[in-house]
Design a protein around this ligand. Structure first.
Ligand code: 5GP
Length: 178
């Protein structure tokens, strides 16, 4: 085996406590607005599930999935949706729910694609921010944790579709990023 799961970097208790804090802020910011959570599959699924249940306000949810830059057929092609939202986004207050912002490319492109559908507002809620790896400036209005430059798994995040089920975040040691 070329890689090894490290100890928890962020425990399940810490994640749940931070989600309660974020949910309180979001509930206040979006009170009396038309909140639509857009969960980015697959990594954002567990975060979305806990975050939406912690909100104190009504909201709707939909799901999108993006082609990754790493898997793009051409390095020049902009990633597209592999699953677009099912509901109309025009005039909605959209909060994107993402697992992690790394270089920022995916998030910047996602915002561009969603803005093209004329929402009233658009903001990002990301559980993790690998700030030192940023290549593209992209706003994170609601951030769970800033983490060091390491490859992490758990709580929705995978390596080769493994580890998503973990209730905590851990570093997968031995994975080399490009
Ligand atoms: P970005 O476009 O910001 O570089 O990359 C965002 C995507 O890369 C995330 O949505 C996630 O799928 C993947 N990614 C970036 N860093 C990590 C990491 O540390 N662990 C895992 N499992 N995925 C990551």
């Amino acid at each position: 085996m070329r890689y090894r799961l490290g100890p928890p970097l962020i425990t399940a208790t810490e994640i749940q406590a931070r989600i309660q804090e974020l949910a309180t802020i979001i509930s206040s910011d979006y009170a009396d607005r038309d909140l639509l959570l857009i969960c980015v599959l697959k990594g954002g699924a567990m975060f979305w599930a806990d975050l939406c249940r912690a909100l104190h306000i009504p909201c709707q949810s939909d799901f999108v999935a993006m082609e990754s830059y790493r898997e793009a057929t051409s390095p020049l092609a902009e990633p597209r949706f592999t699953k677009a939202a099912d509901v109309a986004l025009a005039d909605r207050d959209i909060l994107i729910v993402e697992d992690i912002i790394d270089t920022g490319h995916t998030s910047a492109r996602l915002r561009e694609l969603l803005w093209a559908q004329s929402p009233r507002s658009l903001a990002m809620c990301a559980l993790l921010d690998k700030a030192e790896r940023r290549q593209v400036d992209t706003a994170i209005e609601y951030c769970g944790f800033i983490i060091p430059n390491a490859f992490v798994v758990g709580y929705g995040l995978d390596y080769a579709q493994q580890y998503r089920h973990l209730a905590y975040i851990a570093v997968l040691e031995g994975v080399l990023e490009d």
